[in-house]
Design a protein around this ligand. Sequence first.
Ligand SMILES: [Zn+2]
Length: 245
Amino acid sequence: MTFPPELIALLRGTVKPVALTGAGVSQESGLRTFRDAQVGLWAQYKPEDLASPEAFRRDPKLIWDWYAWRREAVKAVRPNAGHYALVEIEKLVPEFTLITQNVDGLHRMAGSNNVLELHGNIQRVRCSECYTFAETWDDDTGSVPRCKLCGGLLRPDVVWFGEALRREQLESAVEAARMCDAFFSIGTSGVVQPAASLAYAARNRGAVVVEINAEPTPLTVKANYAFQGKSGETLPELVKAVWNL
Ligand SMILES: [Zn+2]
């Protein structure tokens, strides 16, 4: 793939780029999206029946089992070349912020350090009462594990339907988008707010906006550069072209 020389030059001079990633990046690793993962016995449920505070209150065991099943699915996949290209960018520029809407933890698994997980991470578990994180828990009792401090039920540390994004995460993401000199929108449909607005915040402040996605999105016509294809192919090539790797 050849990239416009002016894009190469712009990116070569970038000192604080930001990348926003979405489900497309995980799908390239073979991971199903939330809805696509609802097969077998899970197919009978509406998404909000498996991912809302009401559903957890009603049937905590059902929700716990659904997330245990999704954690197992993540164990079966590996980060792809797109994930690793983002790890490279983090090493190559002075300040890089990775913002993801994905909850699978694949960016951290690949080696990215500065990651804002807007919707949480299914690999992390916390108390539903006192918010204490649990590093380990007993999964063999047949019931939902409890918090060692207060006895509250443990739950995945993800943002459910009807829940607000964690404020400090969102504020950090907005700040990074406003201050960046290059913004990559990767594998995301660009319709889920507030993540979708980050690209526009960057663009309005003069950052170059680069989209990489399998199909056109509302951002495509607004981005400075848009590439249709797999991030696992386009991103490594772009990194190679810009930084001569
Ligand atoms: Zn607790």
